[in-house]
Design a protein around this ligand. Structure first.
Ligand code: ATP
Ligand code: MG
Ligand code: MG
Ligand code: MG
Length: 473
């Protein structure tokens, strides 16, 4: 069946609407009331409140297409066919309503039924948690899946550190031996392993426990279902293209980069990686800024800055030496407008933030790179292979090079970076900053006032200190 990205997204939501699910809008990438997460990284991350019983949903069956950011996959982007920083997770959820059997049978129906995706069942494999005999039985007896298509997997226990968790069952699509990137005897060379042949498309989580902050597990009041299907991966199978990047979700961005750089996408795999990284990162950057994140030197803002700077560096590998990411934002907006109109609506703001960041980085980049090259030249002369923590810190502090960027450039020249040395330089700087702040603080009006208040009356808290309505701490 030939579908484009909007049609596939819609088909999934329609399928579950037909099974009485209420379709929820994608939540913001910036988690609300959830300090445990930097970014929303899955559909279920936005639904913890329902799963732990603190909020009752308007309908116990929900479905969504949730924008998600995963920074743990950043190094994989452009190298594997299947990993992104921002991707969409299609999911169906049962809040104490249906459980394993329905979840499995519906997944199977959606994937294989003529009316829906109509995939060849022989191409599908599943993994189950070894202790989850129930799931095994449903796959084998109710679905009728051959035993050699069911793999028991020790790691199949889904747990994001806090909140709902439980055994899971993953569905893999066999893309055929030509896609296998591993040797015959590689331990990952099986359906369920880390390889490109058997593509993980859907994860079904049977959540029945609550992982508490003190690392204990309580049974949940009701058993739940949470699932996640990667839209981009499903699309790559449906559109029969080599990687997620050749689908209609990415190709128009890549085409725009071809136009800007004057280089074609098929110019060898190294260049292709740069195209892919840029296309991936500009989506994440656009959505993150659209949801209110701003580049900075810590936390979420640091991730965003790192994505921006990585994309700029890959632009340089394609010979682009001036700001260009801004031109890609409307392309992203156009691709995503049906489900995420916010990108087109906020394009002026998003491009303003990006342009500011691109201009600033370009100013220092050239200088930083030539400094880095000087260092690596010296190292080569001295037959050294480890870039010192001081040098890495100088690049960070003076030229704004994220440490990961320094590592990448070093890696290209077969060098490593002394990360511990870098960390200790960072620590020293933090201490310097702290003592500078303390000195300033001791002379400031605010702390004078504070000590007076403490002497005169009972302490009323920092937030309440005011003089004539002007000074607020
Ligand atoms: P993988 O093993 O491939 O890294 P995962 O097991 O970490 O995937 P899940 O947490 O199970 O992924 O997420 C549910 C689904 O979301 C996956 O089955 C996959 O289709 C999709 N997915 C997960 N991570 C990514 C990513 N970085 N980029 C694109 N799709 C992803
Ligand atoms: Mg993963
Ligand atoms: Mg996996
Ligand atoms: Mg998984």
């Amino acid at each position: 069946k030939q579908l484009n990205s909007s049609e596939l997204r819609q088909l999934y939501l329609d399928f579950f609407a037909e099974k009485n699910h209420k379709v929820e809008k994608s939540a913001s990438l910036v988690p609300i009331d959830d300090p445990s997460l930097l970014w929303v990284n899955s559909g279920v991350a936005t639904m913890k409140k329902y799963f732990d019983g603190s909020v009752k949903p308007s309908n116990p069956r929900l479905a969504s297409s949730q924008k998600s950011i995963r920074t743990n996959d950043i190094e994989n982007v452009g190298k594997t066919a299947r990993h992104h920083t921002l991707f969409e997770m299609l999911g169906n959820f049962s809040i104490g309503d249906y459980f394993k059997e329905e979840a499995i049978l519906w997944a199977w129906e959606f994937l294989t039924d003529e009316k829906w995706i109509a995939m060849d069942p022989d191409k599908l494999y599943v993994t189950v948690y070894p202790e989850d005999k129930e799931a095994y039985k449903i796959w084998h007896e109710k679905v009728g899946l051959d035993e050699d298509h069911i793999v028991e997997e020790e790691g199949n226990f889904w747990d994001i550190g806090e909140g709902p968790c439980g055994p899971n069952s993953e569905i893999f699509y066999d893309r055929g031996p030509a896609f296998n990137d591993l040797s015959e005897d590689d331990p990952e060379n099986y359906p369920g392993g880390e390889n490109e042949r058997w593509l993980e498309i859907w994860n079904l989580v049977f959540s029945q426990f609550n992982h508490k902050p003190d690392d204990t597990y309580d049974p949940l009041p009701n058993k739940n279902i949470d699932t996640g299907m990667g839209l981009e991966r499903m699309l790559s199978v449906i559109q029969n293209v080599p990687t997620n990047f050749e689908t209609d979700l990415f190709m128009p961005i890549i085409n725009k980069v071809e136009e800007i750089s004057g280089i074609t996408y098929d110019k060898g795999s190294e260049k292709q990686t740069s195209f892919k990284v840029i296309a991936d990162h500009v989506r994440a950057i656009s959505f993150a800024i659209g949801d209110g994140a701003l580049p900075s030197n810590e936390g979420r803002g640091y991730v965003l800055r790192r994505l921006l700077r990585r994309a700029i560096m890959h632009g340089r590998k394609l010979g682009i030496e001036k700001p260009f990411l801004t031109k890609l934002v409307p392309v992203v907006g156009e691709i995503m407008k049906e489900h995420y109109p916010e990108i087109l609506e906020k394009t002026p703001f998003i491009t303003k933030v990006i342009l500011n960041e691109e201009e600033r980085f370009h100013e220092t980049l050239a200088e930083g790179l030539s400094r880095l090259n000087e260092v690596t030249e010296q190292m080569k002369k001295a037959s050294e292979t480890i870039l010192s923590g001081e040098a890495a810190f100088q690049l960070y502090d003076t030229f704004g090079f994220p440490i990961e960027l320094t590592e990448e450039v070093a890696e290209e020249q077969n060098l490593t970076v002394d990360l511990e040395g870098f960390e200790s330089e960072m620590k020293k700087q933090r201490e310097r900053a702290r003592s500078a702040r303390n000195e300033e603080g001791s002379m400031s009006v605010q702390s004078d006032l504070l000590s007076k208040l403490k002497d005169d009356s009972e302490f009323i808290g920092y937030g309440n200190i005011k003089t004539e309505g002007t000074l607020v701490t």
